[in-house]
Design a protein around this ligand. Sequence first.
Ligand SMILES: Cc1cc2nc3c(=O)[nH]c(=O)nc-3n(C[C@H](O)[C@H](O)[C@H](O)COP(=O)(O)OP(=O)(O)OC[C@H]3O[C@@H](n4cnc5c(N)ncnc54)[C@H](O)[C@@H]3O)c2cc1C
Length: 295
Amino acid sequence: MKPPAFAYYRPETVQEALQLLQKVNDAKILAGGQSLIPMLNMRLARPAAVIDINRLRELTEIQEYPDHLLVGALVRHYQLMESPLVRRFAPVVAEAERHIGHAAIRTRGTIGGSLSHADPAAELPLLATLGDWELHVASATGARVIPAREFFLGYLMTALGADELVTHIRVPKATGVSRFSEFALRAGDFALVSAAVSLNLDAHQKIDHLRLALGGVGETPWREPAIEAHYRGSEASPNLWTVIATEVADLIDPPEDLHASAAYRRQLARALLEKTLAETAADARQTLTKGGPAS
Ligand SMILES: Cc1cc2nc3c(=O)[nH]c(=O)nc-3n(C[C@H](O)[C@H](O)[C@H](O)COP(=O)(O)OP(=O)(O)OC[C@H]3O[C@@H](n4cnc5c(N)ncnc54)[C@H](O)[C@@H]3O)c2cc1C
């Protein structure tokens, strides 16, 4: 199918894009187009205008600051996978990027587009939730910062206003060892369920930092800081990973669709979380003993 007719704008600067967003009614931002173009072609989206932000060079860089990376919204998936800064300071992002679609999709799709699209099965919203990323958002009348856990409101729904543009994403440098796993029916498909863990152990093999997040088990990425706090100070052991994964699997309320039943998704969440906890703990032990992760 072909999309319905729309007006097309191609601003050269962020300022110009923000003015267009304020002035033009019913406009959609076009970044990599890997989600928007299929939605236009299938007529699931029918905006009156499209504002193509691909010429906004201000949004294409990854900058390093003492405790975080500032990633421009137009940074593409493949850049996140290959960037030495991302590999060094947020290696779980580079790891997860390998699972996103195929090479052509990773060449065009952007971090800002992926977060703004807010698919609950997508990798970057999950990592944003795990890593407490912050979205820097601007409009013609001002700017604000939205923590990732307040950004995702529901299935394909975010806290973004119609006149707002995500300009940058603040990605804190990793303080724990992090790992990511997912299960998809075919390579390149969206995951049925994904899991991400961030963990540190103290010298006595006890947990001193723990974060857990799941994707594909609800309308937004799942994370529950009260559970993380509960297990701080616990001794790391395979039995503990089973206990945590079972508790989390009992808490979530996964959806049912033509790809998987709710019970299957719950079982996947339990298995992936247990596996990811064990792998992260193995890396964390290596960090303690040899001063570096296993892989
Ligand atoms: C076959 C296929 C397989 C895929 N598999 C995966 C997968 O496994 N995992 C995964 O995560 N993704 C997958 N994707 C989606 C891909 O990652 C997209 O790149 C991503 O979801 C959207 O990024 P984009 O830059 O292409 O955004 P676009 O498609 O251009 O835009 C998406 C939405 O975000 C809005 N938007 C874009 N940029 C901004 C901004 N800076 N500020 C505010 N709003 C903005 C747009 O208006 C639109 O509503 C797949 C896509 C395809 C076609």
